[in-house]
Design a protein around this ligand. Structure first.
Ligand code: FRU
Length: 489
């Protein structure tokens, strides 16, 4: 179905209960509804927003177009959680209902201050000629969960030298000042990030562009994030317009980070290393981080990409968020592991200890469509080891380590209903190891893999038949010791 502009910019408030419940019923019939991931009740979810801890709970909002699987008039939808593992739907958080956000409450962040949770977002507006005018806006949530918008934008124009692609403020506090980092496009059509400073969250002053060594690196940087971790400065962003290069940059758009010395504030000088992709799978974009009261750094990503049709579109919804990941830093690289709180979801534990020798093996009662699987292969003489999951006679998803080429490989070419094939059906990434440990989260239509304690992460949506539940383990050309543990979710 083609969506007209009127349909995409219709506000939720104008839609009848009947129409909404019909859409909900259609969504609920979809076999690919997730069981433990954050997903929209109806319509399209994209970026995580306002990820924070406030008043004893984690808060996480997401970009939401309620009326169908397309990018239309965006709302912030509000979720909360006591433990990062189980989330509660709260309802609409920010509605696009003012002159400064009339065409969408776009992405942004949250920070606690003065007993309130302050929310910063981009008000997207379009004029009569459909020209974009972005505003940076503020709202706050009180302890009762009531959200109030400031009656005027906090930044009401794009600074000189940049185009109207200017959005996604992420705010943090440093030495009694607040800083906002914002994604931007220079007039010469290259991506950059810009920083503003404030003493009270209300008045903001432009500091300028972060001076990176990535002068000409794509045409737009979306959803920036900056934080200090273990004394180092991490700049994360989602650049658009990078060409594929070897195994890297295979998706339509990327998201990644650089690590360097802590960003010099307010001077904005920054020396850093190479840009590294955060996730080496297929469906990961626009991540956002937060620091919890214990000082842990968590990240959630959108398990999807812009401008790609997904099989659930036919059922009136699209996308989900990733499981929250904890970030640590080792030798200048970020390690990503699923938050340990996820263990609360574990049920029905099953274990395997075996030696597999040039063979493919299945184990009794070791299968499923929603589970956590941890498995370690000791490569004794094997050239390749791996797991086949969500499999049947007809379908399979393969995750393996190819020791000869020193690569981890994710193959979804036969996973089920096909989509985004023009971007390739295999992803791979360098890894050098004698022992390979896969930590895997499987839901009805997704797989998240963390390899060797978070050295590599690979995320993918897959759309298998709900009966494709098999799990097989294999070793090729030699022996491998296998230890595996699986928990139902
Ligand atoms: C990234 C993005 C952001 C924007 C939002 C709109 O996916 O394009 O830059 O704020 O989505 O939904």
């Amino acid at each position: 179905m083609e969506w007209t502009r009127e349909q995409r910019y219709r506000s939720l408030e104008k839609v009848s209960q009947k129409e909404l419940s019909e859409l909900k019923a259609e969504v609920d019939r979809c076999q690919w509804r997730q069981s433990f991931h954050i997903q929209p009740e109806t319509g399209l979810l994209n970026d995580p927003n306002g990820f924070s801890f406030y008043n004893g709970e984690y808060h996480l909002f997401y970009q939401w177009f309620p009326l169908g699987p397309v990018h239309g008039l965006k709302y912030w939808y509000h979720m909360k959680s006591k433990d990062l593992a189980t989330w509660e739907n709260v309802g609409t958080g920010i509605k696009p209902d003012q002159f400064f956000d009339s065409h969408g409450a776009y992405s942004g962040s949250g920070i606690e201050h003065d007993d309130k949770l302050y929310l910063f977002y981009t008000g997207n507006t379009r004029d009569e000629n459909w020209v974009r005018h972005p505003y940076q806006c503020m709202a706050w949530m009180n302890k009762e969960g009531v959200i109030t918008k400031a009656n005027r934008p906090i930044i009401d124009h794009v600074p000189e030298g940049y185009t109207d692609h200017f959005r996604d403020p992420k705010v943090w506090e440093n030495n009694d000042s607040f800083y906002a980092i914002i994604g931007a496009q220079r007039e010469n059509k290259t991506g950059a990030v810009i920083v503003y400073r404030s003493h009270n969250l209300e008045e903001w002053h432009l500091l300028g562009e972060v001076v990176t060594q990535l002068e000409n690196f794509g045409y737009m940087w979306e959803c920036p994030d900056y934080f200090d971790l273990d004394g180092q400065g991490v700049l994360m962003f989602s650049p658009q317009g990078l060409e594929p290069s070897g195994d890297a940059f295979q998706n339509i758009y990327q998201s990644g980070y650089v690590v360097g010395n802590a960003l010099e504030l307010p001077a904005l000088n920054y020396t850093h290393g190479a840009f590294t992709e955060l996730d080496h799978g297929f469906d990961f974009y626009a991540p956002q981080t937060m620091e919890d009261p214990a000082g842990r750094r968590f990240m959630v990503g959108w398990m999807g990409l812009p401008e790609i049709a997904y099989p659930t579109d036919q059922s009136g919804w699209a996308h989900c968020l990733t499981v929250p990941r904890e970030l640590t830093i080792q030798n200048g690289k970020l390690l990503q592991t699923p938050v340990k709180e996820m263990a609360k979801k574990r049920k029905d534990h099953r274990e395997i200890n075996d030696m597999i020798n040039s063979q493919m093996k299945t184990y009794h009662d070791f299968e499923g469509a929603t589970y956590e699987l941890y498995c370690a292969f000791d490569l004794i003489t094997a050239k390749e080891v791996g797991i086949v999951l969500r499999c049947s006679e007809l379908e399979e998803t393969i995750i393996k380590y190819d020791a000869g080429n020193q690569k981890v490989v994710f193959d979804r070419s036969n996973s089920g209903e096909k989509f985004a094939e023009e971007y390739g059906e295999i992803r791979q990434c360098h890894l050098s190891a004698e022992k390979v440990k896969f930590h895997i989260f499987v839901d009805r239509s997704s797989v998240e893999v963390f390899i060797n304690d978070g050295e590599v992460a690979m995320t993918a949506r897959i759309f298998p038949d709900h009966e494709s539940k098999g799990i097989r383990f294999f070793s090729i050309d030699g022996k491998s010791r296998l230890e595996a543990v699986k928990w139902k979710y």
